[in-house]
Design a protein around this ligand. Structure first.
Ligand code: PMP
Length: 501
């Protein structure tokens, strides 16, 4: 029983007393002088207009020049011109979200994942960071262990640690968690030695993992799910980058590779690796989706999908904590996604986004090929997401004998900053930093840096990578090299030469 896994805190959540009373509002003819909902008469908004892309014309410039203005009025619901309006959206709502947006999200989830059991539910969240915090509270007691990729989203690590959880990092490769590492950990768990019960909660980011960029293949997902069944695990599937899955990178091409552009929505959908939710026959997965990476982080809206019992626990918590997701955000998303684009238009937008990110991914990889000294640095070609994970061979550093691995990591990080490039230190994302401290840089221990191709424009990405190359050459005392640039010009290791856009 999955519910046996719930924490004492979650089991004791009864939800909101006042929201319980709100169900009487459905009684025909009832006049409420009970609830503390302010009248919308005093909401200082009459109309909300947003200018958004028309379907198929998604670029910033096209939107600026020919975007469509859509408007929500104050009383559209009563007027019969819309199912959602300012009066409803801007008042208090249910923790699970407004039914109007929730319906779109449920339909989208059905369309993409077809969860294979009957009583799955979606509940809106205020983003996946908050959903994770709530999920950890739902399943863990202080002192419990949480399993994750050995490097993962640092806010998830921070949230878990600050809640008194211990973290155990699983070995990963370019396809994420290695199933034998999970199996071995669980099969050999010694509660006395570890000082905590055998873990059952697995937090994973299956596509375009942050920070490693790893994407689990279908085989890998099936193997992990089978292990979850064997060891009776519950899985938190955190998937903000799911739709940013890309075509393989073509190293041989000097021109930017043609990004994967499925000709139809059907081929787009069938090109996506199926989610863990879509394999979940037992109801042991809570999937976390977010609009942050596919619409805008400031919407602060996402949703969780889980079995009815788990979704109910989540909503009971939301009722008394987040209260409900921002009504302003919900109305804007509803107008854009449901009324303006519809499911087909939203899929077109997602296809457009992944084409854009593929171009950016190819740009950073081209720059790495051109500018980085491959005798001391290697990287994983991302198949999804926004991140490039680079491994530095610190043992070849001239001061490797006298400095610790973390001192060297800091030194290389600062050297890149001094050249004008900011990358993230791999240690920021480590589930078990104590392991690195204890081994103090044992042979074979990895040193990593994370770069993103989401933030800067293409020419700046190339320049940033060129500067990183210079910093590494200086740090590792490598001879200046002529760096071949595919358009025929050459840039030398001192950086003289034009950065290529
Ligand atoms: N999960 C992962 C793996 C992320 O990388 C991020 C953003 N960096 C988030 C969650 C945050 O999502 P949200 O904005 O929905 O809180």
């Amino acid at each position: 029983m999955i519910t046996d896994r719930l924490s004492k805190e979650s089991l004791s959540r009864d939800g909101s007393t006042l929201k319980e009373a709100a169900r009487y509002l459905k009684n025909p003819g009832i006049i409420s002088i009970g609830g503390g909902l302010p009248t919308s008469e005093y909401f200082p908004f009459d109309e909300l207009s947003i200018k958004v892309p028309s379907i198929g014309h998604f670029s910033e410039q096209q939107t600026h020049e020919n975007g469509q203005v859509i408007t929500a009025g104050k009383h559209d619901l009563v007027d019969g011109s819309s199912l959602f309006d300012i009066t409803t959206a801007f008042n208090y709502g249910q923790g699970a979200g407004a039914p109007q947006l929730l319906r779109f999200v449920v339909e989208h989830t059905e369309l993409i994942h077809h969860p294979p059991y009957a009583d799955w539910h979606c509940t809106l969240s205020v983003g996946s960071t908050s959903a994770l915090d709530m999920a950890f509270r739902m399943f863990c007691e202080r002192g419990d262990y949480l399993m994750t990729e050995e490097y993962t989203f640092s806010s998830a690590l921070d949230a878990a640690r600050q809640m008194g959880l211990s973290l155990v990092g699983l070995d990963v490769d370019e396809q994420g968690i290695i199933p034998s590492s999970l199996d071995h950990l669980l099969s050999t768990w010694d509660a006395k030695v570890r000082g905590g019960r055998k873990p059952f909660l697995l937090y994973t980011v299956p596509s375009g993992q942050n920070p490693t960029g790893a994407t689990q293949s279908l085989r890998r997902r099936k193997d992990l799910y089978k292990l979850a069944q064997r060891h009776d695990l519950y899985i938190l599937e955190d998937e903000p980058y799911y739709f940013l899955q890309m075509a393989p990178y073509d190293h041989s091409s000097s021109a930017p590779s043609t990004p994967l552009q499925p000709s139809t929505r059907e081929s787009f959908l069938s090109s996506l690796v199926p989610s863990l939710l879509s394999l979940d026959i037992d109801g042991r997965v809570m999937r976390l989706d977010s609009f942050s990476k596919v619409i805008a982080p400031g919407t602060r809206i996402g949703w969780v999908t889980a079995s009815a019992q788990i979704a109910d626990r989540y909503a009971k918590h939301a009722d008394v904590s987040t209260q409900c997701p921002s009504g302003i955000s919900q109305l804007v998303l509803y107008k854009l996604l449901d009324e303006h684009w519809g499911h087909a238009g939203y899929l077109d937008w997602l296809m457009h986004l992944r084409t854009e990110y593929t171009r950016r991914r190819d740009c950073i990889l081209g720059a790495c090929d051109d500018f980085l000294p491959t005798d001391v640095i290697s990287w994983i070609v991302p198949a999804a997401g926004m991140f490039l994970w680079m491994r530095v061979d610190w043992e070849r550093h001239p001061r490797a004998e006298e400095m610790s691995i973390s001192e060297l990591e800091e030194r290389i990080f600062q050297a890149a900053v001094a050249k004008g490039t900011l990358v993230m230190k791999g240690s920021f994302f480590e589930a078990e930093p104590q392991k690195m401290d204890q081994s103090n840089g044992a042979k074979g221990q990895g040193m990593f840096f994370r770069a993103t191709y989401a933030a800067a424009p293409s020419d700046m990405i190339r320049e940033a990578v060129r500067r990183l190359g210079l910093a590494l050459r200086e740090e590792f005392a490598l001879a200046d090299q002529d760096v071949h640039v595919p358009n025929g010009s050459h840039v030398n290791g001192n950086g003289h030469g034009e950065p290529k856009a």
